[in-house]
Each structure stands twice: as structure tokens, then as C-alpha cells.
Design a binder for this molecule. Structure first.
Ligand SMILES: [Zn+2]
Length: 231
């Protein structure tokens, strides 16, 4: 999820080895519509186009990617991995702190979250619509009024394999719900009337085209893998 005023930067388009950050999967990419599978902290994961990594390495690079793209959360399907993993961050919301947006985002971090197999439950049935929402996979589109539960508990496994539960409210609760949705193939626009998606038709078509370009670039990389192995 992106906070308002944080436009997403274009993702770099180079594959191979271990990336510093991952390229972002965009609206229109089928991986964003798949139901992700559960994972264990000991799994080996392979982000398409890159070398295999541990879950911890992937989570670290996801955090790096999220900061680079000025996001507040990032789910594994958004980097092409259909597994139930997301990262999120809570920033200091002190007015003064927020003024200098040129400052590295990391200097404003209150807490980082890495959650495996998260399950979100409502602690308050009342719906909240009071924040604007955006998504790193749908760059440039922000909407008010996405209904979210105001208070939630999230049960998850941490990187050490420990089961944990925490409670969150307001904006952080929204972030967790947005990221958990990604693991079920759901996007924030799905929660709004169809007319909203229709209103953004032109921008969404552009994003879908960018997604197609990315996927054909990736397919080309994969189809030429045997040539690189023989070098
Ligand atoms: Zn998102």
C-alpha cells in the first residue's frame, strides 16, 4: 500500500543474480489475482528472474523495495511470489518529522513488520473510510472511502517461526488489511463501486500495458536462460 503524496518510482528492469530491490508487479499481472500459498520460514523462494533466496533475504529485499518506492506495505505477490508473506512499516506521524519528505524514509520508521501466513480478524465491526488508499501495483491512483475494519488483530508467524498476534487500529489496521487482501488476489479497487475503476480506465490501461511489457521482458529472460548457463 502507498500513502498519499508518495508517488511510486518506476521499477528497474534488469534480471539475474540477487537484486538490491525487486521490480514491481503491476495491475493486470495474473500473479496479483492468485490466491497465495502458505509458507514456512525455512523455505527457499525464487522471485522470477532472480537467484533463489531464503525467506529472510526476500523479506529484507521487500523492505528495501518498499522504502525505495515510498510505500507503507508490500505483499509477496507484488514481486511475483504467490506466497503468504507481507512486509509493512509504521512511520513516525509527528508533523515535524513528516515535513522533510526528502529525508530517507528509514529515519522515520517506528516499526517494521514481516508477517508470514497472516490472519486478520475484526475487533470492531464498524467500518472506517477515513483514509486515502493507494497501491504500489497501481501507481498514481489514490481513492478515499475504501471500507476497512477500524480495529483488527493479526495472527502470523515471524521469521524465527514463532506464532504471534498483535492488535492494530486506524491507519495501521488499514495497511494490514490491504496487504492481507493481496494474498487472496484482492486489490483495493475491488472494494469500491465499479464506476471508480471505470473512472480510472485510461490510467489502468497504461498500467496494464506496462505490466504486459514487463512480463514479455521476463519471458524473454527465462527463454534465454539456457544460453547464459552455457557461457
Ligand atoms: Zn497494494
Amino acid at each position: 500500500m502507498t500513502a498519499p503524496d508518495f508517488p511510486a518510482a518506476p521499477a528497474p528492469l534488469s534480471f539475474g543474480g540477487t537484486p538490491r530491490i525487486y521490480p514491481m508487479r503491476l495491475y493486470g499481472d495474473p500473479v496479483l489475482r492468485r490466491k497465495a500459498r502458505p509458507l514456512s520460514p525455512g523455505d527457499t523462494l525464487q522471485v522470477p528472474g532472480f537467484a533463489p533466496q531464503t525467506v529472510r533475504e526476500v523479506a529484507d529485499t521487500m523492505l528495501e523495495t518498499m522504502f525505495e518506492e515510498r510505500g507503507v506495505g508490500l505483499a509477496a505477490p507484488q514481486i511475483g511470489l504467490p506466497v503468504r508473506l507481507f512486509v509493512a512499516v509504521e512511520y513516525a506521524d509527528d508533523e515535524e518529522e513528516n515535513e522533510g519528505q526528502d529525508k530517507p524514509l528509514r529515519s522515520r520508521v517506528l516499526r517494521e513488520y514481516v508477517m508470514l501466513n497472516p490472519v486478520v480478524k475484526a475487533l470492531d465491526k464498524k467500518k472506517d473510510r477515513s483514509y486515502q488508499e493507494g497501491c504500489l501495483s497501481i501507481p498514481g491512483i489514490y481513492e478515499d472511502g475504501v471500507p476497512r475494519m477500524r480495529r483488527v488483530s493479526v495472527s502470523y508467524t515471524d521469521l524465527g517461526g514463532q506464532p504471534r498476534t498483535l492488535e492494530a487500529e486506524d491507519y495501521l489496521a488499514r495497511v494490514f488489511q490491504h496487504e492481507a487482501d493481496h494474498l487472496d488476489g484482492k486489490l483495493f479497487l475491488d472494494h469500491l463501486p465499479a464506476v471508480v475503476t471505470e473512472d480510472h480506465r485510461r490510467e489502468l490501461l497504461k498500467i496494464q500495458q506496462a505490466s504486459k511489457n514487463f512480463l514479455s521482458h521476463l519471458a524473454h529472460w527465462n527463454s534465454t536462460a539456457h544460453l547464459r548457463e552455457n557461457l
